[in-house]
Each structure stands twice: as structure tokens, then as C-alpha cells.
Design a protein around this ligand. Structure first.
Ligand code: C5P
Length: 222
């Protein structure tokens, strides 16, 4: 493959956390920084891909050379991801909130002096990876999901690949002993239909470059 093997190809990347409103000024979120998704988008762009980068409110700035689509909620992310198709590949690196607040208030919630706290009801969010992986004319030829596991990494990620309907899963070992959480390095195993391949412990940027290279090879192989 040449230096820009993804020239003329388009790739969707989701990244960052989602924010799920409680009222107009409050939300529920998670600690995703968006670092790995951002690195992957940058690595794909460096190989020549047209990258549509659908990102929640991340700590890390989006990379140069990609089309940035900013969203807040999981439902907005699903809509933006669908609108970014067709694509040759999709890399779903976002840490999507599993639940949203079903009884979010349209105006700022206030203490009413009774001493009673409000109750939040939750509703399940759409599974964006599963929706994008579903068979149909708009399905990208290669869909890649992520899995953060603390034990039985290969078994759990292999089951997740089948459950989500995606082609590959990049599984992270986030057990406390690895020190991966919040760190600059990542220990990953790539799960494909052919089996599991554990990579050496690498900087997140290097994980991104290797994944982008593998995507380019898979697309070139048809
Ligand atoms: O099992 P879990 O939901 O943690 O799987 C993580 C993978 O699924 C990630 O690739 C994540 O981006 C994707 N996901 C998603 N939409 C959700 C939940 C997870 O796309 N609502």
C-alpha cells in the first residue's frame, strides 16, 4: 500500500462522551476524554481518508483535517452518525451513555423548600454501534466497535462482536493492575472473525496508527 492508501475513502468515527440533560443547565456524563477516538480520526486522515468525526463534548480538541460534527446526546449522535453514511468504514469509539433522563425538565429545577429531592427516571439510549452494524444498504463495509474489559478480555469481547453485529472489536484491558485508565498507553486485543490478536502495550497514538493501517489493508483487500 502507498503512503495515502485511504485516499478517496470515507470513514465515520464517533468519539467522546455524551451529555444527557437533566434540565437546561444540568446533565449526566462520563469520564471519557475522547483521546483514543481523536487519535484514530487523525491517523485515518493521515492515510488520506475523508473522516467524518462525530464527537460528544470531549476534553481533547478534534484533530485537524477532519469534518467535525458536534453533538451532545446519544440520540443526536445516532442521528449524526446515520447522516454521515455512506462510508467505507465506521469506527465507533464514543463512550455513549447507556441511559438518558426520561423525565428531564424543560426549565431549571428548583428546590421547593420541602427538603425532598427530585427523582430521576431513566430510559435506555439507542445502541449506536448496533444500529450502524445492522444489515442494510447503508451499512459500512467494515464496522469496528470497542470494548473495555477487566477480565476474560477475549471471551467477553468475542461475545460482544457477535451481539453488536460489528466486524471487529478493539478490546481494552482496563483492569486496575494495567494502569491503562487515564494513562497515555493502551493494551489492546483486536477481535475479528478470524480470532484474537493481542498487540504489545503501545501509546494511544500508536494504537491508532496500527488500527488505521489495518483498516486500509482490509479495505484494499475488499
Ligand atoms: O457493551 P458496550 O455498550 O460497552 O460496547 C461498547 C461499544 O459500543 C463501543 O464501541 C461504543 O462506542 C458502542 N456503543 C454505542 N452506543 C451505545 C453504547 C455503546 O455505539 N449506546
Amino acid at each position: 500500500l502507498g503512503p495515502r492508501p485511504l485516499a478517496g475513502r470515507s470513514v465515520l468515527v464517533t468519539s467522546g462522551p455524551t451529555h444527557e440533560p437533566i434540565d437546561p443547565v444540568r446533565y449526566i456524563a462520563n469520564r471519557s476524554s475522547g483521546a483514543q477516538g481523536t487519535a484514530i480520526a487523525a491517523a485515518l486522515a493521515a492515510l488520506g481518508a475523508r473522516v467524518r468525526f462525530v464527537t460528544g463534548p470531549a476534553e481533547v480538541a478534534p484533530p485537524a483535517g477532519v469534518e467535525v460534527i458536534r453533538v451532545q446526546t446519544a440520540r443526536e449522535m445516532l442521528e449524526a452518525a446515520r447522516a454521515a453514511l455512506p462510508a467505507d468504514a465506521a469506527v465507533m469509539a464514543a463512550a455513549v451513555a447507556d441511559w438518558r433522563v426520561a423525565n428531564a425538565s424543560g426549565s431549571k429545577m428548583k428546590k421547593d423548600g420541602s427538603g425532598r429531592a427530585p427523582a430521576l427516571d431513566f430510559a435506555e439510549n439507542p445502541d449506536i454501534l448496533r444500529e450502524i452494524s445492522a444489515p442494510g444498504p447503508a451499512r459500512p463495509g467494515l464496522v469496528i466497535g470497542f470494548a473495555a474489559e477487566t477480565d476474560e478480555v477475549v471471551a467477553h469481547a468475542t461475545a460482544k462482536r457477535l451481539r453488536k453485529g460489528c466486524d471487529w472489536i478493539l478490546a481494552n484491558d482496563v483492569s486496575p493492575a494495567t494502569g491503562i485508565m487515564g494513562g497515555t498507553e493502551n493494551a489492546v486485543t483486536l477481535i475479528t472473525a478470524d480470532g484474537a490478536e493481542t498487540w504489545p502495550r503501545l501509546a494511544k497514538d500508536e494504537v491508532a496508527r496500527r488500527l488505521a493501517q489495518r483498516i486500509a489493508e482490509a479495505i484494499a483487500a475488499g
